[in-house]
Design a protein around this ligand. Structure first.
Ligand SMILES: *[C@@H]1O[C@H](CO)[C@@H](O)[C@H](O)[C@H]1NC(C)=O
Ligand SMILES: *[C@@H]1O[C@H](CO)[C@@H](O)[C@H](O)[C@H]1NC(C)=O
Ligand SMILES: *[C@@H]1O[C@H](CO)[C@@H](O)[C@H](O)[C@H]1NC(C)=O
Ligand SMILES: *[C@@H]1O[C@H](CO)[C@@H](O)[C@H](O)[C@H]1NC(C)=O
Ligand SMILES: *[C@@H]1O[C@H](CO)[C@@H](O)[C@H](O)[C@H]1NC(C)=O
Ligand SMILES: *[C@@H]1O[C@H](CO)[C@@H](O)[C@H](O)[C@H]1NC(C)=O
Ligand SMILES: *[C@@H]1O[C@H](CO)[C@@H](O)[C@H](O)[C@H]1NC(C)=O
Ligand SMILES: *[C@@H]1O[C@H](CO)[C@@H](O)[C@H](O)[C@H]1NC(C)=O
Ligand SMILES: *[C@@H]1O[C@H](CO)[C@@H](O)[C@H](O)[C@H]1NC(C)=O
Ligand SMILES: *[C@@H]1O[C@H](CO)[C@@H](O)[C@H](O)[C@H]1NC(C)=O
Ligand SMILES: *[C@@H]1O[C@H](CO)[C@@H](O)[C@H](O)[C@H]1NC(C)=O
Ligand SMILES: *[C@@H]1O[C@H](CO)[C@@H](O)[C@H](O)[C@H]1NC(C)=O
Length: 521
C-alpha cells in the first residue's frame, strides 16, 4: 500500500521529568442537563438546566429508573426533515479548543421501542450520525465526543432529523469542556475537528477513568486483560502534550518474553476504504522497570503491518507516539516487535483514536451577525433559526437561500405566511447580497427600514402586515428594484415620487392611508 509520507508524519515526544506546578486540575466548561428545569449536582459538578442555551423543543421525562440523574430528562425536538435545533454555548474563546460530549439515553420518551437515528451538527459541520439503537437495547447510555476549535464567541451544537429519523430526536446531556492548547495540537483545527473513536487504558479492568484522574474528564475505557497494578513508574504525564491521566501508566498490556506483542485495537471495524477516512492516533508507553541495561524495552511499532515507529526505547518516564493523519479501514492491529537490543518484551499503556472530520463551510460572518439582529427583532422567529444560517447546506435556516462560491452570502429571505410578529430590524440593510425579501402575510409592525444599501435588491414583498409610518423615500434609490408590494399595511403619508418614475411593479393598495399617487403616466 502506497501512502504519502506527509500523511503519515509521525512524532515522538520524550517526556520531560518535571512537573508543571501551575497545573490546574479544576474542570472548566459547560455542563448542561438537557430537559431539566433546575440545577443538579452529580459527579462532582453542577449541571445547569438548559434554559438559556436552547430556544426550541420540549422537556420529556424518561420512564423508569436511570443510573445517573442527568439521564432522567431529555430535550426533545420536532421531527422535521433537515431542520436543525441548536444549543448555543457562550461565551467560548475564538481559537481555543473544546471537548464537546453529547450523551443520549432514550428511555422510551417517544413511546416506540427503539430510539430514533438522527444527525448531530457542530457549527456548520455534520459531526456524526447518532445511532443509539444497539446501546439502548443493552440498557446502556451512549455518548459521542469531539474536539473542535471555537471559530467565534459562540459554539453551536445541534440535533437534526435525517431520512432515517422515525421519531422526535432528543438529547440527554451536553458538555463543552475547555482544553489546554497543547492537546492534539498537531491537528489542523482550522480545517478539521476530531471525532473520538476509541480511548482506552490498556490492562485496566475498573470502571472508566475520568475526572479527577483526567483533568478534562475524558473517558478512558478499560481494555484487555488486567495486568495488575504497576507502581514502579515515575511518569509525570503533565509533560506529555495530550496530558493523559498518570493513572493510565499504572497498568499495561505486555509480554516479558522477547516476542512480538500484537493487539487488535480499536475493538471495532472502521469504515471501508471507499470512505477514505484518516485518523489521529496516539499511543502511550512507559517502561515498568527503572532504566538499566538489564531492563531495556526497545521495540518497533507497526499498524496493520505498516511501520509506525522504529526503535522506541521505553523509559519509565513515559512517551506518546502519535500520527496526525493516518489512513485506516476495517479491523486494525498494532504489532510491537522487540529489537535485538531489547532485554524485555514490549508493552503499551494506552491509546486514543480520533476520526478527522473535515469542517464544513460557514456563512459570511457579517451576514450571520445581521441575520441574528433580524431574528432578535422578531417576536417568534422560526424555531430552527440557530447555528449557522447556510450550513450544513441541507440544514440551512427556514426561509433563506445562500450563494454558492467562496463567500457564502445570504441571497434571499422568504418568510411568507409564517405568523411572524415583531418588527423588521434595520440590520436587514446590512445583508448586502440580498436580492429578494418576501415577508408577506405576517403581523410585522413598526416602520419599514431604509433598504437603500441593498444594491442587488430586486423584489420586496411586505404586503399583508401591520407596517406603519411612511414609505421610505430611499426605496427609490435601489437601482434594481422591480417589484414592491406594500398593500394591506398601515402606511401613511405621500407615495414618494421616486417610486413612480420607473419600471417598478408597485402595489400599495388596498389597505393603507396613503395620499393617492397621481395616475401613472
Ligand atoms: C417530569 O417530572 C417532574 C418531576 O418529577 C415533573 O415536575 C414534570 O412535570 C414532569 N414533566 C413532564 C413533561 O412530564
Ligand atoms: C442503527 O444501528 C442498528 C444497530 O447497530 C442498525 O441495525 C441500524 O441499521 C442502524 N440504523 C441506521 C439508520 O444506520
Ligand atoms: C504543542 O504544544 C507543545 C506544548 O505546549 C508545544 O511545545 C508545541 O510546540 C506545540 N506544537 C504545535 C504544533 O503547536
Ligand atoms: C484475556 O485472557 C483470556 C483468558 O485468559 C485469553 O483467552 C485472551 O486472549 C486474553 N485477551 C487478551 C487481549 O490478552
Ligand atoms: C481486575 O484485575 C485484578 C488483578 O488481576 C483482579 O484482582 C480484580 O478482581 C479484577 N477486577 C475486576 C472488576 O475484574
Ligand atoms: C494502583 O495502586 C495504587 C496504590 O495502591 C492505587 O492508588 C491506584 O488506584 C491503583 N491503580 C489502578 C489503575 O488500579
Ligand atoms: C482520499 O483523501 C485524500 C486526502 O484527504 C485525497 O487526496 C484523495 O483524493 C481522496 N481519495 C478519494 C478516492 O476520495
Ligand atoms: C495484522 O495486519 C496485517 C496487515 O493488515 C495482516 O497482514 C495480518 O494478518 C494482521 N494480523 C492479524 C492477526 O489480524
Ligand atoms: C526496527 O526499526 C529499525 C529502524 O527504524 C530498523 O532498522 C529495524 O530493522 C526494525 N526492526 C525490526 C525487528 O523490524
Ligand atoms: C535507552 O534509554 C536508556 C535511558 O533511558 C539509555 O540508558 C539506553 O542507552 C537507551 N538505549 C538505547 C538502545 O537507545
Ligand atoms: C416563499 O415561501 C412561500 C411559503 O413557503 C412559498 O409559497 C413561495 O413560493 C416562496 N416564494 C419564493 C419566491 O420562493
Ligand atoms: C451595519 O453594519 C455596520 C458595520 O458592519 C454597523 O456599524 C452598523 O451598526 C450595522 N447597522 C445595523 C442597522 O445593524
Amino acid at each position: 500500500m502506497a501512502i504519502s509520507s506527509s500523511a503519515m508524519a509521525l512524532f515522538l515526544f520524550l517526556l520531560l521529568c518535571f512537573s508543571f506546578f501551575s497545573l490546574s486540575h479544576s474542570l472548566r466548561g459547560f455542563f448542561i442537563d438537557c430537559g431539566s428545569t433546575s440545577p443538579t449536582t452529580h459527579g462532582g459538578r453542577t449541571w445547569q438546566s438548559d434554559d438559556g442555551f436552547v430556544f426550541s423543543g420540549i422537556n420529556k421525562n424518561v420512564t423508569g429508573p436511570v443510573l445517573d440523574p442527568t439521564l432522567s430528562t431529555v430535550r426533545s425536538f420536532p421531527r422535521v426533515l433537515n431542520r436543525k435545533f441548536c444549543y448555543v454555548v457562550r461565551p467560548v474563546f475564538r481559537t481555543r479548543r473544546y471537548m464537546v460530549r453529547t450523551t443520549y439515553y432514550y428511555g422510551g420518551v417517544n413511546g416506540l421501542d427503539s430510539p430514533p437515528v438522527f444527525d448531530q451538527i457542530v457549527d456548520g459541520t455534520v459531526w456524526s450520525i447518532v445511532n443509539t439503537t444497539e446501546d439502548y437495547a443493552l440498557g446502556l447510555t451512549s455518548y459521542y465526543e469531539g474536539i473542535f476549535e471555537a471559530k467565534a464567541r459562540t459554539m453551536t451544537v445541534c440535533i437534526g432529523s435525517n431520512m432515517y429519523t422515525d421519531s422526535d430526536p432528543f438529547l440527554s446531556a451536553l458538555e463543552v469542556v475547555t482544553l489546554e492548547n497543547s492537546l492534539y495540537n498537531t491537528t489542523d483545527f482550522n480545517n478539521y475537528g476530531l471525532r473520538l473513536v476509541a480511548r482506552h487504558s490498556f490492562g485496566y479492568n475498573g470502571s472508566n477513568l475520568r475526572h479527577p484522574d483526567d483533568q478534562f474528564d475524558r473517558f478512558w475505557q478499560p481494555f484487555g486483560n488486567s495486568s495488575g497494578n504497576v507502581t514502579s513508574r515515575t511518569v509525570s504525564a503533565s509533560g506529555i502534550w495530550n496530558l493523559p491521566p498518570s493513572k493510565i501508566f499504572e497498568t499495561e498490556l505486555k509480554t516479558d518474553k522477547l516476542e512480538p506483542l500484537e493487539l487488535n485495537w480499536p475493538p471495532i471495524s472502521l469504515p471501508g476504504p471507499e470512505s477514505n477516512f484518516t485518523y489521529y492516533i496516539a499511543l502511550y508507553f512507559a517502561n515498568d522497570h527503572a532504566s538499566s541495561s538489564d531492563n531495556l524495552r526497545v521495540f518497533n511499532i507497526s499498524v496493520n503491518g505498516i511501520k509506525y515507529y522504529g526503535d522506541l526505547n521505553a523509559s519509565s518516564a513515559g512517551h506518546v507516539v502519535f500520527a496526525s493523519q493516518w489512513p485506516l479501514h476495517g479491523l486494525t492491529n498494532i504489532t510491537l516487535t522487540p529489537s535485538p537490543l531489547s532485554k524485555l518484551g514490549p508493552l503499551i499503556n494506552g491509546g486514543e483514536l480520533f476520526h478527522l472530520v473535515s469542517l464544513g463551510e460557514r456563512t459570511h460572518a457579517k451576514d450571520v451577525v445581521n441575520l441574528e439582529r433580524v431574528k432578535e427583532s422578531l417576536k417568534n422567529p422560526p424555531p430552527d433559526w440557530n447555528g449557522d444560517p447556510c450550513f450544513p447546506h441541507e440544514y440551512r435556516w427556514t426561509g433563506i437561500t445562500c450563494s454558492g462560491g467562496s463567500r457564502n452570502r445570504v441571497v434571499t429571505l422568504n418568510l411568507t405566511n409564517m405568523d411572524l410578529s415583531g418588527s423588521l430590524s434595520p440590520s436587514i440593510a446590512n445583508l448586502t447580497a440580498l436580492s429578494g425579501i418576501w415577508l408577506g402575510n405576517n403581523s410585522l409592525s413598526g416602520t419599514i427600514p431604509d433598504l437603500s444599501p441593498l444594491k442587488l435588491l430586486e423584489i420586496v414583498h411586505l404586503q399583508d402586515n401591520n407596517f406603519s409610518g411612511e414609505i421610505p423615500l430611499s426605496l427609490g434609490n435601489i437601482p434594481r428594484l422591480r417589484e414592491l408590494f406594500l398593500y394591506n399595511n398601515n402606511l401613511a403619508g405621500e407615495v414618494p415620487q421616486s417610486l413612480l418614475n420607473k419600471q417598478l411593479n408597485l402595489r400599495i393598495f388596498p389597505g393603507n392611508h396613503l395620499l393617492a399617487p397621481p395616475p401613472p403616466a
